[in-house]
Design a protein. Sequence first.
Length: 396
Amino acid sequence: KQWYQRRVRGISLHLFNQKVSNFTMRRVPLVLAIIYCCLALDSANSSSSLPGNDIKDGSVIDGKSNIVPYWYRLREEAVEIREEAQNMRSDAYDTMTKAFQMKEEAMEFREAAYQARMEMETSLIETLSLLRSQASATTLYVQEMRSTLNSVKGRLDDMDDRMHDMERNLEDEFEDLDDKLDDKVDTLGERLAAIEGIMEISVEKTDAVREIVESNKDLISSVQTEVEACGVLTASIKSRQEVEMKEVRLISLYKMSDQTTTHHHGGHHSGFAVDGQFVFSQWAPSTPVRTVTHTDKLANQKLWIDLGGLFRIHRIQIWNSRHAAMERFIGTHTYADDKLLGVAISQEFLYDYKIDEDDPTYASSVTLHQVRVEYLHVSEVQVWGSGPFAEDDKFA
């Protein structure tokens, strides 16, 4: 029986491990019961054949009747074994389910670990690259710093050498200065001694002069009186000169003059502009009363009058030539030195340029400038002014 129970359990476990179907498992107890009945019959037949054992009526029947309880018992054990097998199978399924879940979790953990590993490797590679680049940059910077420090060190050494040279030079110069100061102090002492001697002589002379002045005091008083009288006379003369200098008069008569060109027929030089003759206005050279200055017909023809000094100009009168073509004077500019006084814009017998009293004009020459390609001819140029004045003694 014990062997049978162990056998049945072994078969049950074998069938469970081989994953037999529920239909086969339900027929296992029936097969086991039939095997058990056969074994019981074999044991009964073997006991009846032994010597001394008489076969009695009903012994076989008793043996068959004992099989029924064993059948039911065996059936109950088979049911229990089936329930245990089912429990073991359900536990195995649960274990397999948990194992699959654990496997899936392990796969997820593995994948996460792989991704983390890849990210870590990427990060490590990037970090190593960055560190390498920074190390290269740091190396270059250190090299530059080293070269800079070397150059600074060289400069400091040069400066140190220069400072030593300067110290030596300053010491030498200070020694020279001390020697020169000593020499100058000695020279100044000698000069002071000489000055003291001169001062003593000067004091003596001053005393002598004081005595002479006291003796000539009356003469000095008379001289002072005469000087004061001369001062009054000088002031009177100066005032008269100022009045005379302020007198407005003709200052251009018979003054030096010149012109750019002279008419090719001749006899019309610039002096006719300052000869005082402006009544007659003849042109022909053979005429004894010709008083016209005349140039050729060219551009930028000029007539200059040198006043001989610095005068204050009050008025300029230009008498146009009346023999012919008075319009030729149109376009002529009149200057007192470099100051423009007027421009002829129409033909006139007389061009009169008056200067305002509030705009004093000082000049030493007067210029007529014809800017057109035309003749320049006039009968007379009269400049009215006062002076002459020095350059640093102008007064209105």
